[in-house]
Write a protein that binds this ligand. Structure first.
Ligand SMILES: [Zn+2]
Length: 136
């Protein structure tokens, strides 16, 4: 069975969300669904876990996560921008970068599953604005 994230990078499979930015080492994409402000930074190369990254990939991931966080803060004015590496679901390196929107109930620790959602065109428009932060 193939890797869902490798498939995603080919624009296929159940995880294929809008791509915000990519270079030769990393891909930044928005999670599928209507929750605005949930990004993934993934290595282009299939490497299962963060301890397998090359030095160049470490730098590329760190820069992309930092830019993603700044872009989310600039575009969405969230209460927080969180980032984490877990990798329990799919063994292809990916780092989550996501916001906590104003109005999130206090009892929600991380992911607000009942959050208000926006339309797909609104997600695409957000991705276009986020993309502008990566140029350069
Ligand atoms: Zn993969």
């Amino acid at each position: 069975m193939g890797c869902l994230i490798c498939a995603k990078h080919r624009g296929a499979g159940e995880l294929a969300g809008p791509v915000v930015w990519r270079d030769s080492l990393v891909v930044v994409s928005h999670r599928l669904g209507g929750f605005p402000g949930y990004l993934f930074v993934e290595t282009v190369r299939h490497v299962p876990f963060f301890d397998g990254l090359s030095g160049d990939e470490v730098v590329a991931v760190a820069r992309a996560v930092h830019t993603a966080g700044r872009a989310l803060r600039a575009e969405l004015s969230p209460l927080f921008v969180f980032s984490l590496i877990a990798g329990r679901g799919v063994a292809h390196f990916h780092q989550h970068v996501f916001v906590r929107h104003p109005g999130t109930p206090e009892e929600v620790d991380w992911t607000w599953t009942e959050a208000p959602v926006v339309s797909e065109p609104e997600i695409d428009a957000l991705c276009e604005r986020l993309r502008g932060h990566f140029s350069g």
